[in-house]
Design a protein around this ligand. Structure first.
Ligand code: ZN
Length: 190
């Protein structure tokens, strides 16, 4: 992938690409993104969904913990923080009164929306047999699902220019659009 596009992704998702600075004895990410620039959008969307998922799982756990803390305080006789919490969300005083009373009565302690997924780090991103390959540490099933989707999109997207493409045979399998396939016959890519 073009250097400037790689840099864009590294800057946008520093946590996902943390391993790019590690030596090759520890990661394959040090070789950069070993695929064509036409897959930039696919890699970008994949990263966005994965990091978004990780961040969301953390904030959901954080808010549940925060709520449980102020609810416990309220049950023990100090409802100041619980009131303040509802006020922060823009509720009117009379409604807050009702909510606080209801919470103290029902004790609706919260579970995080989902388990906190460990931060994902890519260990390798490359092209193989005409499709994208992405290997990670961390994450959960959702993250692997996103990678599967990215791989399947790469199989119908020109690796050179990003237009709709299909797999081309020959000694070296590539996914290309008609124009780039024509160009490949007259010059070498990469
Ligand atoms: Zn193309």
């Amino acid at each position: 992938m073009k250097q400037e596009l790689e840099e864009q992704l590294y800057n946008k998702y520093p946590k996902l690409f943390k391993q790019r600075k590690l030596p090759m004895t520890q990661t394959a990410m040090c070789f950069g993104l070993e695929c064509g620039s036409g897959w930039f959008d696919i890699v970008d969307r994949m990263c966005s969904l994965i990091q978004g998922h990780i961040d969301q799982s953390r904030s959901s756990a954080f808010y549940a913990k925060e709520y449980n803390r102020v609810l416990r305080q309220a049950i023990n006789g100090n409802d100041r923080n619980l009131r303040f919490r509802y006020k922060k969300f823009g509720h009117k005083d009379e409604v807050i009164e009702e909510y606080v009373k209801r919470d103290i009565e029902n004790k609706p302690f919260r579970q995080p929306f989902r388990e906190v997924a460990p931060q994902v780090e890519f260990t390798q991103i490359k092209e193989k047999f005409g499709t994208l390959r992405a290997y990670i540490t961390g994450g959960d099933e959702y993250c692997h699902g996103i990678i599967s989707m990215a791989v399947s999109m790469s199989a119908i997207t020109c690796e050179e220019c990003g237009m709709p493409g299909k797999q081309r045979g020959g000694g070296w399998i590539m996914t290309l659009c008609d124009n780039c396939e024509e160009a490949r016959k007259t010059r070498k890519f990469k």
